[in-house]
Ligand binder design. Structure first.
Ligand code: HPA
Ligand code: ZN
Length: 346
């Protein structure tokens, strides 16, 4: 492919048009304020904000925890199976508009079961949206059950146990919520149990936590992808290992700016990760809270980082297919679609 033949002015159009996989999206983080208030009214849930504008105005975060406090408050309006389905369908429509062809969705069952919502309602609602996404929008998808790391491993084990009747509806487990002070080692047993059950494994590591958390996520939890992972750049030996083992990193540019992981996009580590040969991908994390969905993340990163051009756009989309948990034939089909779009631009 002659990437040099693609003019820089056409990059935004190319970024929007190219097929891509989203591998780091917390579905509860796709709840837009309008839907939060609609569900709050319908379900009779009281919110601490008078309206949509006041809620949006509160989206000024200083770190991960300041975001999580509002994120869990927003999720409190989800009560019924149909609420989970509506939330995920709204996400899938936006994903399809951004030419996302595959989405692997995180969900946080403990955020809901702690409020008395049944595990069945959470998983059935999300699974039915996944089926509709394929049928109505042509978007392939899967669910990844995340454990909240600020809670105990016993609670994580109980959550996995409670979800097993719905095993067919999720493909893996993840680890999210407050990272600092909650190292991967805390969840060694539940991840071993997930591996024994044939589930995929991923974990947030190296967002706010140190590079050592990335190493222990790989060595202790046996994860197949690292979510965020940008702090690996502080440890050159770790960067070499991640490159050699092709461990995917699901990087979230707008999230990193909103949560002050980087002070500004111009200083983001994404170009360094790609230059080091890592399997880095671009994702939206919590798009309703961080200022945009997939294409907004691509456009913001490429606008601020002149090191990123057509070759990097191609690498990022290819990496997203390589890192996804689809089978080889689906991966090949997505890559063919990618090549077709690039051929139109070259
Ligand atoms: N980091 C950790 N936990 C989360 C995030 C995140 O970016 N989003 C939702 N839960
Ligand atoms: Zn995340």
């Amino acid at each position: 492919m002659d990437f040099g033949a693609i003019a820089r002015e056409r990059l935004p159009e190319l970024l929007r048009a190219m097929p891509k996989a989203e591998l780091h999206i917390h579905i509860e983080g796709s709840l837009e304020p309008e839907l939060i208030f609609e569900l709050a009214r319908k379900n009779g849930v009281a919110l601490a904000y008078p309206g949509v504008e006041a809620l949006r105005a509160a989206y000024a975060f200083t770190d991960l925890q300041s975001f999580l406090d509002i994120y869990y408050a927003g999720a409190s309006v989800l009560l019924h199976e149909s609420d989970f389905e509506a939330m995920a369908m709204a996400y899938f429509r936006r994903a399809a508009a951004d030419n996302v062809v595959r989405a692997e969705l995180f969900f946080d069952p403990q955020t809901h079961t702690a409020r008395g919502v049944a595990m069945a309602d959470v998983i059935r609602g999300l699974a039915s949206a996944c089926e509709r996404a394929q049928r109505e929008l042509g978007v392939s998808s899967a669910l990844i059950l995340c454990f909240l790391r600020h809670l105990s491993e016993e609670e994580a084990l109980q959550t996995l146990h409670d979800a097993l009747p719905y095993r067919e509806h999720f493909i893996g487990v993840g680890l999210d919520s407050s990272e600092r002070g909650h190292p991967p080692e805390k969840f060694a047993r539940v991840f071993a149990e997930a591996k024994r059950l044939g589930l995929h494994r991923v974990a947030h590591a190296g967002e706010e936590g140190p590079p050592a958390y990335i190493t222990s996520a790989l060595d202790v939890l046996k994860v197949e992808r690292i979510d965020h992972g940008v702090r690996c750049l502080e440890d050159p030996a770790l960067v070499r290992r991640l490159a050699a083992e092709r461990v995917p990193l699901t990087v979230c540019p707008l999230s990193n700016i909103k949560l002050c992981v980087y002070p500004e996009m111009a200083g983001h580590g994404l170009p360094a990760l790609l230059a080091a040969g890592l399997c880095a991908t671009i994702n939206s994390d919590d798009p309703a809270y961080f200022g945009g969905y997939m294409n907004a993340n691509f456009l913001a990163a490429f606008a601020a980082l002149p090191q990123l051009g057509a070759a990097e756009a191609y690498a990022l989309a290819r990496n997203s297919f390589e890192a996804s948990f689809v089978d080889a034939s689906a991966r090949a089909a997505m890559t063919v679609r990618l090549d077709q779009v690039f051929a139109r631009f070259a």
